[in-house]
Design a protein around this ligand. Structure first.
Ligand code: TYD
Length: 198
């Protein structure tokens, strides 16, 4: 029996990383993250998010995210699922569609094509989208911003809109959870929603 693959998605400052970790603990699932999740992927993450280095052009950014993802799927996600282990990933392909496809304007189709190649077509069984009010997101982000978090308001607005659109277009796979409130309140909402679905 293969494990279940859950991706947790959301714009910057939604608290999705905390919620992804708590969901994994609750399910006894393997917790992992993107970009990253493998030693090579974490090095790519440093390269692509470092605000002080040479900024990748948009297409390079999309390909670096996809390269980290290819390594992550082949070395971590697929083996765990094949061994029957559930996997919770903090971000997956939808992040690239939202950030590179819509935020950077590369187009959803082009980004999806690159990612189909990178992942060999592996799709999550469930995508949990955490949403918060814009003001809450800004407060949670603080001041120590990575290169992509510095991309500006119009970019972040495009990302939020892209996520809503993806969730609306594929309601069987996507679950939208209100991320406003305390960590415990949101965790309880995520748990109830996921249990109702899996
Ligand atoms: P994030 O999960 O927000 O890390 P942290 O919680 O430590 O800040 O991810 C880092 C950034 O990478 C975030 O701004 C979104 C961006 N990103 C993409 O642009 N495309 C992708 O495919 C992925 C996985 C992340």
């Amino acid at each position: 029996m293969t494990g279940r693959f859950i991706a947790v998605e959301g714009a910057d400052g939604t608290g999705k990383s905390t919620q992804a970790r708590l969901l994994a603990e609750r399910m006894g699932a393997l917790f992992t993250r993107e970009p990253g999740g493998t030693p090579l992927g974490e090095r790519i993450r440093d390269l692509v998010l470092d605000p002080s280095g040479e900024p990748p052009v948009d297409r390079a950014e999309a390909l670096l995210m996809a390269a980290a993802r290819a390594q992550h799927v082949a070395e971590v996600v697929e083996p765990a699922l094949s061994a029957g282990r559930d996997v919770v990933s903090d971000r997956y392909v939808a992040s690239s569609v939202a950030y590179q496809g819509h935020g950077r304007g590369l187009g959803a189709e082009a980004v999806m094509a690159v990612n189909r190649f990178a992942t060999n077509g592996l799709q999550p069984d469930l995508v949990v989208l955490i949403t918060v009010d814009a003001r809450v997101a800004v407060r949670r982000l603080g001041e120590d911003l990575d290169r992509i978090e510095r991309a500006g308001d119009a970019f972040q607005i495009a990302v939020v809109a892209a996520y809503s659109e993806m969730a609306a277009q594929d309601p069987d796979r996507w679950l939208v959870v209100d991320g406003n409130g305390t960590v415990a309140e949101v965790a309880a909402r995520v748990a109830a929603a996921v249990e109702g679905r899996l």
